[in-house]
Design a protein around this ligand. Sequence first.
Ligand SMILES: *Cc1c(COP(=O)(O)O)cnc(C)c1O
Length: 420
Amino acid sequence: MNNIKKINKFKNKVWLASPTMHGEELQYVTEAYNTNWMSTVGANINEVERIACEKTGCHYAVALSSGTAALHMAVKLAGIKKGDKVFCSDMTFDATVNPVVYEGGEPIFIDTEYDTWNMDPVALEKGFEIYPEVRVVVLANLYGTPGKLDELKAICDKHGAVLVEDAAESLGAAYKGIQTGTFGDYNVISFNGNKIITGSSGGMLLTNDGEAAKKVKKWSTQAREAAPWYQHEEIGYNYRMSNVIAGVVRGQFPYLDEHIEGKKAIYERYKEGFKDLPVCMNPYDAKNSEPNFWLSCMLIEPEAMCKQVRGEQEYLYLSETGKSCPHEILDALTKVNAEGRPIWKPMHMQPLYRMNGFVTREGNGRANTNAYIEGGAVGKDGNPLDVGMDIFHRGLCLPSDIKMTEEEQEIIIEIVKACF
Ligand SMILES: *Cc1c(COP(=O)(O)O)cnc(C)c1O
């Protein structure tokens, strides 16, 4: 409590996740400048592709302008055609899903499980019962925590589905000793400014399929044929990574493990700090997985939730002693110049995707309208039927920037505690 009194506001904003630079980035960018490789060809690009393969164990990497571009290339490789239904993670950033629509596909959202906050294998299996024609699955590892990748992959294999793994948030995280970004047929990582390492922007497609990598290199550089003139047989894109951006990524890669350590320490400090509160941290399978702890999140116990309602763009809550809710905590953080964020709003709740299919562990989630009433439909196991909606309602992302000092984090912990 004394800590809170000491400050009204952090002088420097404490971010959710912002770029952390080390110096070498500038050296590689300067090298690109001095050698005039100021385009989408050059040593930095070759080098980051090599390092990404070395780090993840994937055979081929293609450096692209963003993770979203990489996802677009991945769903194109998966062969999605107009009207094809595609199973997608539901609680994720919309960049996981939009590329399916770029290709004319129709995302069908698979609900989330409570153990890792990722795609629920039970719901995925249900999905194949309801939509046996589906041949592509796009799954994300939320907040740097690997999902139940073995189970999910086995279900995909059983149904002959191509798997696209969106590891944009989970670079450096491992499941059963294997790096995320290698479980899919086609995999994606991102170097956006808020990710665990950054190029300011950028992304990559990872695959063990050499032919696929070749195709992406071609498509991402306007799909030129091997003719003396501009000859085109296929649609092309301008998606290749710049050699300048690649310089930043190249300078960041050696610090990936250090960043993960910093993120993990932040997660552990929150966990310890909140041990007497009616909350838990975003969970992971401690036996089988090593998250990269990109974002620390908390989930408030149902009994400790004060009343909170959300419209499409606004919210209201009623403060209550001993209880709190995400927006009360987020408002308290904003007041001291710290940045939190609600949990990524599930795709099946987004106006954009409200008409798309949604599958819970008990079947067609759209058929059960009660699933959308908070505190409404409960599954046979006694838990809310719509898991994504429940986590969105009770959870939030905490300031997780690795430049946040221990003192700053102490203060943030006190501020959260004071909300209850
Ligand atoms: C950031 C992110 C992306 C998109 O990556 P960009 O490089 O920003 O295009 C895709 N999926 C998830 C889950 C992300 O968090």
